[in-house]
Design a protein around this ligand. Structure first.
Ligand code: NAD
Ligand code: MG
Length: 387
């Protein structure tokens, strides 16, 4: 490991978080280096990124896209890695100090696992890893002495606010949620939303899957589960409050009644940068709050009737076992169905509930059993979409 420069493997570099990460690295004045990149389908962008940042290696994970791509424009000195386990071996390479896990969905699990097994620090954007396999992932990190630093803005905020006290002094954590584009929609209006409506998030500019998750509020459900395992906190001490401006990224309430929060304009470059500069802080490129303007912050309780995903998240966080993996996979498949025009928006959460109710619960699954539960849930959703 280098003394002065941190070598960052950016897994999922062509996505929204991946691109923001490269911007943070580019502005770090040589303190950070993108040592490796990975992409699935957008291989042309991967080649462009490789020419910009000159990494030691890149991984192309989609074999069809990799075959179609002309790799002759890769810079000399950048190695092209391909094949099913390339991502896992890349995440564990000696030249990697930190893995920025920015692959979307359960596809990010194995490379995060490999990085932790190799004792790497993981800056974790891929919340689905903890939703699927939280207890196993946290146990692996502890056993291998590997750090998991949250990139999800709410969890980064909680992580920062937790530094004001001790774990036994925390009464509860409160995750903020923008409420998404349908915060004020009636059920009747929600029955008619289109893909374009769901992809128009009011405050955050993100990849399509998480944008739809924000619209159903499944994103907050997944974040409850993520927080439960990451901070080892009982689900009954995790609350959610709607905060449409996305300025306060979450709260920690201590036993004496003090509440600590982290505030900043909605921009993922800040939590990414904090995970990469931790335990220090560095000057960065994220926008700042303008304190010379008049402004007010708005908070309201979530409507559990219109956003039933929240209760599903609580149930899964409380039950553990295979439940997180099943909910996560059902949701990924249902969102995929919605984006392809095969499943109405209002069916996403009921479909997830239906699959959860039918599943064969296992309280102590292995990683392979979780992956099998993930495959099973996807097949169930495929049947739901067809009927
Ligand atoms: P995105 O869709 O913009 O990018 C996804 C990345 O993953 C791309 O680089 C893509 O090539 C890669 N990828 C997709 N499928 C893959 C597969 N099967 N195998 C390997 N790589 C694959 O997604 P995003 O919005 O950047 O989100 C990435 C992760 O970060 C998600 O887990 C999301 O929940 C989390 N996150 C995102 C934001 C945000 O603002 N975008 C905020 C918090 C957390
Ligand atoms: Mg978040």
């Amino acid at each position: 490991m280098s003394e002065t420069v941190k070598n960052v493997a950016v897994l999922g570099s062509t996505g929204s978080i991946g691109q923001s990460t490269l911007a943070v690295i580019g502005a770090a004045g040589g303190q950070l280096r993108a040592v490796g990149l990975s992409a699935h389908a957008r291989t042309e962008m991967l080649v462009e990124q490789a020419n910009d940042v000159r990494p030691a290696w890149i991984v192309a994970t989609d074999p069809q896209a990799a075959r179609r791509q002309d790799w002759s424009r890769l810079p000399a000195g950048t190695e092209l890695l391909a094949g099913p386990s390339a991502l896992e071996s890349a995440a564990a390479r000696d030249d990697v100090d930190v893995v920025l896990a920015a692959i979307v969905g359960s596809a990010g699990l194995r490379s995060t696992w490999a990085a932790l097994e190799a004792g790497k620090t993981v800056a974790l954007a891929n919340k689905e890893t903890l939703v699927m396999a939280g207890p196993l992932v946290m146990e692996l990190a502890a056993r291998r002495g590997a750090k998991i630093l949250p990139v999800d803005s709410e969890h980064s905020a909680v992580f920062q606010a937790l530094q004001a006290g001790h774990a036994h002094e925390v009464r509860r954590i409160v995750l903020t949620a923008s409420g998404g584009p349908f915060r004020k929609y009636t059920r009747e209006q929600m029955a008619h939303v289109t893909v374009d409506d769901a992809l128009a998030h009011p405050t955050w500019n993100m990849g399509p899957k998480i944008t739809v998750d924000s619209a159903t509020m499944m994103n907050k459900a997944l974040e409850i589960i993520e927080a439960r395992w990451l901070f080892d906190i009982d689900v009954d001490r995790i609350d959610v409050v709607i905060h449409p401006q996305s300025i306060v990224h979450s709260f920690v309430e201590y036993v004496d009644g003090s509440v600590m929060a982290q505030l900043s304009p909605p921009d993922m470059k800040l939590p990414i940068q904090y995970a990469l500069s931790y335990p220090g802080r560095t000057v960065g490129i994220s926008p700042r709050i303008n304190w010379t303007e008049c402004w007010a912050l708005h908070f309201e309780p979530p409507d559990l009737e219109r956003f039933p995903a929240l209760e599903l998240g609580r149930e899964a966080a409380r039950t553990g076992g295979t439940t997180g993996a099943v909910l996560n996979a059902a949701n990924e498949a249902a969102v995929g169905g919605f984006l392809r025009g095969e499943l109405p928006f209002a069916e996403i959460v009921p479909a997830c509930r239906g699959v959860l109710q039918n599943h064969n619960f296992d309280p102590h699954p292995t990683l392979d059993e979780l992956i099998r539960a993930d495959c099973w849930a996807r097949e169930e959703i495929a049947r739901w979409v067809c009927t």
